[in-house]
Design a protein around this ligand. Structure first.
Ligand code: GUN
Length: 287
């Protein structure tokens, strides 16, 4: 069997088309959706992510504000900017790019963002709302995965779903979203015994560990839906340095029923869902 590929680029384009229409409709009512992004330090990957977030806003008719600070900036400067943006009614979303330099208390920074503008969905109040099954902002990567499953008509209720990874950004909210749609959810992590025992039971397998090609074809149930959230580089071999996921695509595609590639799978959806959250926040101001 060769798996059908879920095309994150195409789905992303279609969702962004809808966003552009919603941005135009809001503008007619005098509101331009606006996302503020804060970047501290010179991490090259973070700089690329922030550039793509800002570009995504521009292409969908949304406004963006970008604030860049040197690595050694006083945290008070960043807290003051967050307070200013919290109070600015023309700003609908605020995002502080992670990771922050070591002298920052990241949790305190995330808690300083108004929960009503927390488009990452990382504020404790929004995490709690998601846990209670009443989300305000859904974290962007798991939100994108749910969109992909929906667009492919994957049956979630009653399915065995296995999430590999327990991060606050992906693993935990992913598990909550699948649970909310009545999957039977297992969360695996670095201390799980016999990972393959769990993954082979999965009708829906989400890999979010950050380890190059660790999920191989023999760990997958035939016909399963395999979602690869990994963003790694091949360490060696003919593709050394090129982007790859947590799933070994070459062996997995012969076993899975549906699979996301890397690149071109979950990655493009993440920023699209950030834009979606910003749009939803702007629309709420008119309700
Ligand atoms: N760094 C890596 N992923 C993310 C994300 O989803 N949001 C923020 N703010 N920073 C990140």
């Amino acid at each position: 069997m060769t798996a059908r590929i879920i095309d994150g680029v195409a789905l992303s384009a279609s969702v962004r088309g809808g966003l552009a229409e919603r941005a135009a409709a809001l503008k007619e009512r005098g509101v331009t959706p606006c996302l503020a992004v804060l970047l501290v330090g010179e991490d090259p990957a973070s700089a690329v992510y922030v550039r793509n977030k800002v570009a995504g806003c521009e292409k969908t008719g949304m406004r963006s504000l970008k604030f860049v600070y040197p690595t050694d900036v006083e945290p008070a400067v960043v807290f003051a900017k967050i307070a200013e943006l919290n109070a600015d009614a023309s700003v609908h979303g605020i995002l502080v790019q992670l990771p922050l330099p070591k002298h920052f208390d990241s949790e305190a920074v995330l808690e300083a963002i108004s929960p009503a503008k927390d488009v990452d969905g990382f504020h404790a109040e929004n995490v709690g709302a998601l846990m209670q099954g009443n989300p305000r902002f859904i974290p962007c990567t798991p939100y994108g995965v749910m969109k992909m499953l929906e667009s492919e008509g994957v049956k979630i209720a009653g399915a065995e779903a296995v999430v590999v990874g327990r991060s606050n950004i992906v693993g935990k909210p992913m598990a909550m979203l699948l649970l909310a749609q009545s999957a039977t959810v297992t969360i695996c992590h670095s201390r799980s015994k016999d990972l393959a025992f769990h993954t082979r039971r999965a009708d829906i397998l989400v890999a979010a560990v950050g380890k190059e090609r660790m999920i191989t074809g023999d760990m997958i149930k035939p016909g399963a839906t395999v979602i690869d959230v990994g963003m790694n580089r091949f360490a060696s071999g003919p593709n050394a340095g090129k982007l790859c996921g947590d799933v070994d695509f070459e062996t997995a595609k012969d076993v899975a029923g549906l699979i996301t590639p890397v690149p071109g799978g979950v990655g493009p959806m993440t920023i699209t869902m950030l834009l979606t959250n910003t749009m939803e926040s702007a629309e709420r101001t008119l309700k």
